[in-house]
Design a protein around this ligand. Structure first.
Ligand code: IPE
Ligand code: MG
Length: 221
């Protein structure tokens, strides 16, 4: 959900205010995705690299996360949304963690759409944690080598399909350590729109673009 800072700067506002508007933009997009029949929507909310931002900004982001969960979880639940996470969430502040546990328990039986929050998420970190888990759990006699399916089963995204569409806001042309493994064949859609201005109409534009893609997965057309 990139572009909050630039959105704020263009208006002479603080970065924290940009993030506040960014969080506001989220609910309508989640609801529209659910309405359109999207089964899984992952939002990249906080990366393993974002800890390197000024502490006030990190604190503001963490506070907004808790605020979002407290104010929106029940409404999202009523829409059939299940909330889950990817990332090393145990390293988040205890209040954030408590709010996440509450939101995921509260929505655990919903099945219309999964809202997957990437928090303290970095794809390289995820892969290393996955390999370490695999090594700790394997029985060397029957599993001498790691396989693609064995690694997939240890990733934070276990149980989720690979993304079909990756939407990048604010015009950046990079993956920024997001689902490097899972996005092997994701279609990429880039919009100049800054995240706080990203709304349901922009989501529909991205999906419309996606509908015209020919996905070959390495085969011929
Ligand atoms: C939000 O946008 C990303 C988060 C960490 C939530 P940015 O804060 O990266 O916005 P820009 O890139 O400065 O515009
Ligand atoms: Mg950015």
């Amino acid at each position: 959900m990139d572009g909050n800072g630039r959105w704020a700067r263009q208006r002479g506002l603080s970065r924290a205010e940009g993030h506040r508007q960014g969080v506001k933009a989220l609910k309508p997009v989640v609801k529209e995705a659910s309405r359109l029949g999207i089964r899984v929507l992952t939002v990249f909310a906080f990366s393993t690299e974002n800890w390197q931002r000024p502490p006030e900004e990190v604190d503001a982001l963490m506070a907004l996360l808790v605020e979002f969960l407290r104010s929106e979880t029940l409404e999202l639940k009523a829409e059939g949304v299940l909330i889950r996470t990817i990332g090393a969430i145990d390293d988040l502040p205890p209040v954030s963690l408590a709010a996440l546990h509450w939101a995921s328990q509260e929505t655990a039986t919903q099945s219309r759409m999964i809202l997957n929050l990437a928090l303290n998420y970095g794809s390289r970190d995820e892969i290393v944690r996955a390999v370490n888990r695999w090594m700790a759990q394997r029985h060397p006699a029957d599993e001498p080598e790691l396989t693609e399916s064995a690694l997939t089963a240890q990733l934070d995204t276990v149980g989720l399909p690979d993304p079909d569409l990756l939407i990048r806001s604010s015009g950046e042309l990079r993956l920024s350590n997001f689902m490097l493994w899972q996005c092997a064949y994701a279609e990429i859609y880039i919009t100049e729109t800054l995240w706080p201005d990203f709304g349901p109409d922009e989501l529909r534009r991205a999906l419309d673009d996606y509908r015209h893609r020919q996905r070959r997965f390495g085969r011929i057309g």
